[in-house]
Write a protein that binds this ligand. Sequence first.
Ligand code: IPM
Ligand code: MG
Length: 366
Amino acid sequence: MTFNIVCMSGDGIGPEIIAEAKRVLNKVAEKYGHSITYKNILIGGASIDVYGEPLTDEAIEIAKTSDAVLLGSIGGNAAISPWYRIAPELRPEAGLLKLRKSLNLFANLRSAYLYEELQEACPLRENVISDGFDMVIVRELTGGLYFGERSTKEMNGMITATDTLSYNEKEIRRIAVKGFETAMKRKKKVTSVDKVNVLDSSRLWRKVVEEVAMDYPEVTLEHMIVDNCAMQLIKNPKQFDVILTENMFGDILSDEASMITGSIGMLPSASLNDTKFGVYEPSGGSAPDIAGKGIANPIATILSAAMMLRYSFGLEKESKAVEAAVKQILKEGYRTVDIMPQDKSRCRFLKQVGTEDMGRSITEYI
Ligand code: IPM
Ligand code: MG
């Protein structure tokens, strides 16, 4: 098969980690007899520098004609970067939001899985994580606070800023369906996270999720209030299978979930719409402090490429081969600096490698 991939490397460590994901994809293509073409498109600060905006309409049109987008990361250090001295709607993050909205990518799947080999990198106590954990956060991505009306204006002599959090039934229903469908392929448990004790949007969320649940009698549905969920992730992460939640809660909880896997550099994500198309990106940010040093962990991006093979191209065998290669090199002791254990006595058995060596080692196992 032939696949057209749009690569948006973006900023910071983006180009370094995308190069490794491409290396892996090329090996998959070679081994399994597929052909891949790539088109590079600017996003974030890289696009601001050239076009004065973080994502052009032309870029979106090109993305629409592709089979999938592989995205690195966007943004820089807000304290020093000129990208943050321009209007908010022209800053790097706005490019990402424009991409999500214009491609209708309402479903964001972020998995948090604790590799046995990385238990020492997990900040939780051993008795909490002894059997590991394996969850997926299904985050609504095109509604809620991120896309509600907002303004900053002077009212009665006082500057007042407003953001609005709004969801309609349709938006909740379609993400709930994704959540239950995801659970059907896993351990068949959905934890729907809301703030029903305070927010109207959460009351509607809960009602619609319960309606959708009727179509999935095999799936156990549980509701959890978001502050409790933040606590439960630390207290007992293995209770979760699928966490289904709205945009802002999902943003916050997915960072928390990633940290307990050992490093945000391990977490892949897929942003999907109703078609097979998707945008695949690591859950972590652009890490400007380590950009260009060749030490960033490319695994989240490589695993995102594996998600692309599975969800957009329907290549389950190839996807599993990539995931198995990642597991294998972890077993053999290869570690980027972010997943080296703090306890240095264990380091003798481990090999600290940079971005490129990590990518090459994974590629060799495919
Ligand atoms: C994420 C990021 C984005 C978000 C930022 C960069 C706008 O944190 O993908 O989680 O808040 O969604
Ligand atoms: Mg985030």
